[in-house]
Design a protein around this ligand. Sequence first.
Ligand code: ADP
Ligand code: ASP
Ligand code: MG
Length: 440
Amino acid sequence: MKVLKFGGTSVGSVENMSNVKSIINDGTKKVVVLSAMSGTTNQLVLISNYLASGNVKDAEVSINNLKQNYIGVIDDLLPHADLNKDVKRYVFSVFSNLTAIVSKPFSEGLGNAILAQGELLSTYMFNSYLKQEGVRAALLPALSFMCIDEFKEPDMAYIATQFEKTIKDSGDADIYITQGFICLDHVGEISNLQRGGSDYTATIIGAAIKAEEVQIWTDIDGMHNNDPRYVENTKAISHLSFDEAAELAYFGAKILHPQTVTPVRADSIPVRLKNTMMPDAHGTLISSKTSEKGVKAIAAKDNITAIKIKSARMLQAHGFLKKVFEIFETHKTAIDMITTSEVAVSLTIDDDKNLDKILGELEKIASIEVDKNQSIVCLVGHAVVNDRNTYKLFQILQDVKIRMISYGGSNNNISILINSKDKINTLQKLNTYLFERATA
Ligand code: ADP
Ligand code: ASP
Ligand code: MG
């Protein structure tokens, strides 16, 4: 069986939902994972933030605006009177629960419950739409099988058993629809797989059922060789290895959640990226096949904090780096880049939630400099460190201040750290040099 995931834009309008129906309705059984309609999760985050800061009035206004949007969509999507009535009843109950939450004391659990409503709404609506169109569909509640452990990792054994049970309980169907993004945590509370997490849902399910293939359907024709939001003339890449895709997703290619390929690479389950609005375009195939050598793509990750730890006296002493790493470990903060010199070690983090605590401890053993608003720009490709086109990197970027460089940590990745204000210029310059000129 295949697993097909459709993102926010793909279920964001009646026209696009009709495209999705045509793509999935080919007579073969499949699992279909849906995101929330585009914009909904952002609105829910806003509502949750209003409530967290005690701003009940703006939360109520946003809840009401969102509800009106849904009523409009339901009337266009579901002319069938009974289904229209049933879906409205469901949608009204979701929004009256949200309105009821407003008066409760805010907690993280409540915030997660609010964020989960987008996928619950989109799947309920789409399931009814398929019924109206005569497609044999069944709704699988993701909260019956999708679960993360105390380290926020998917509990694969539980998911595989519970998914099988949930599918059996749902009765026979051609299309099994489920919610992306949402899950239960290890104590059974509603949680999620982080923003963009529906991609991850799809590959987790793909791994759990040993799917033949996972397809991620979105609003662009596959992984491009640079970020199309900032650079002109980017092109779709027809094939990526798991390693290349993992690096690109981790280092900021928004088309994929950072963990997307993790569940499927061990079983070499291919992941195909496709465009819902242009289903005939080839897209990108991610598989275990090794790619040709050379730079395949450039990605950038923002909101990076760089920390320079200086200690002439201690750096060479045994155990100094261990002490530094332990501080980050204690505060559950991952390090992305690291470079060392005789007198200092520089590293970067993207999660600065515990920055103050980390700095408090580092200051006891060294002097510290912190730079916020940094971006990691990353060149990815098979054996990219040996590519003859990358040696000119510094020359091409001579007017950009490079704060750190990471070369050789992996054969597939060269990363530089720059101030975020230089990001677009850097991406464009690298694009021109690497992809737009004939390589001599
Ligand atoms: P969905 O809602 O379908 O999950 P996303 O917005 O999460 O879609 O991802 C698709 C978007 O990712 C594209 O519209 C594009 O703007 C952005 N993007 C960023 N980097 C890349 C890249 N290298 N290749 C393709 N798309 C990218
Ligand atoms: N709806 C969630 C988000 O916007 C998950 C997803 O779209 O993948 O982050
Ligand atoms: Mg996404």
